[in-house]
Design a protein around this ligand. Structure first.
Ligand SMILES: NC(=O)c1ccc[n+]([C@@H]2O[C@H](COP(=O)([O-])OP(=O)(O)OC[C@H]3O[C@@H](n4cnc5c(N)ncnc54)[C@H](O)[C@@H]3O)[C@@H](O)[C@H]2O)c1
Length: 278
């Protein structure tokens, strides 16, 4: 990706930690930015903080709901004409707890936002990008949780592995076109992610206290988020990856040994497959 000035970015979760920092970077590049979020107060605060009224629009939407995101996309297109960079970034942490403890509605809620929100963002904006022909990019926020499963975080890890998977699918589908994809896999950063109970339907939030092991994990996550990277650093790293046209972006070098370990286990499994005799 070579030039950004005068182009328009659409950022889901734009009122939150990474989303606002993406917006800040894009504005500094001379882009227009649409912040799309489910939290009206946070949206207003984010737009006010960014201050560039002419080049910023805030739209309320729920990315889990295709019609709601499509309406937000229409508003964005009405405001700025063409959308070039779509950050499918809205996401929730979900409950901590063992796989056997998490209810189906809890799974559905996390997957609807973390996976289907990304699916909707791609399927709504890709035809628009193809039609305007000026080139485009998807920046999908997954997580290190999508690279390695963690205990007591089944739905979140599954949803983020799914975001990696769909980003890879899209990468191959778009090869040779002027539209591309980057999947961002951060570790912990200081955002509102540990407080996603605030967005949970009340019946699901009531489940939150049920699991002892889940409570331990939730406390660990809160601590890791509070002592994590600045979201501005993660955003800067992600934007550098988009500029370079990278498929994968990582932000936490200290987590590489965990992934190396996983790769080694996979390599050993391959050795066994190769050596296997019936
Ligand atoms: N902070 C971390 O440690 C971390 C690490 C890895 C990945 N992530 C991912 O980063 C992304 C951004 O989260 P964040 O860390 O900035 O947290 P955050 O809670 O500060 O921001 C997320 C934003 O998404 C919005 N949102 C949630 N559900 C939505 C929906 N259905 N429709 C529209 N907007 C919705 C929230 O209102 C919030 O403003 C998420 O996908 C998250 O899973 C975060």
């Amino acid at each position: 990706v070579e030039h950004f000035s005068g182009r328009t970015a659409f950022v889901t979760g734009g009122a939150g930690g990474f989303g606002v920092e993406f917006a800040r970077l894009f504005l500094a590049e001379g882009m227009n930015v649409v912040l799309a979020d489910i939290e009206q107060d946070a949206l207003d605060a984010a737009a006010a903080r960014l201050g560039e009224q002419l080049r910023v629009r805030a739209v309320l939407c729920d990315t889990a709901d295709r019609a709601s995101l499509a309406k937000a996309a229409d508003e964005a297109i009405a405001a700025f004409g063409r959308i070039h960079l779509v950050c499918n970034n809205a996401g929730v942490g979900g409950l901590s707890g063992g796989v056997e403890e998490i209810s189906d509605p809890q799974w559905d809620w996390v997957m609807a936002i973390n996976l289907m929100g990304v699916v909707h963002g791609i399927s709504i904006f890709l035809p628009h990008m193809r039609a305007h022909g000026e080139g485009g990019w998807f920046l999908n926020t997954a997580s290190m949780a999508g690279m390695l499963g963690q205990p007591q975080m089944g739905p979140y890890c599954a949803s983020k592995a799914a975001v990696v998977g769909i980003s890879e699918s899209l990468y191959f589908e778009l090869k040779g076109s002027n539209i591309g994809v980057t999947v961002l896999c951060p570790g912990f950063a200081k955002t509102g992610i540990a407080r996603t109970d605030r967005l949970m339907p009340p019946a699901l939030a009531a489940e939150a206290k049920a699991s002892a092991a889940g409570a331990v994990r939730a406390a660990q996550v809160s601590h890791a988020v509070a002592t994590g990277l600045e979201p501005s650093e993660v955003a800067a790293r992600a934007f550098a990856g988009v500029r370079d046209g990278d498929l994968y972006v990582f932000t936490h070098p200290d987590m590489k040994p965990m992934i190396d370990h996983r790769m080694q286990r996979i390599a050993k499994a391959w050795d066994k497959a190769i050596a296997f005799k019936r």
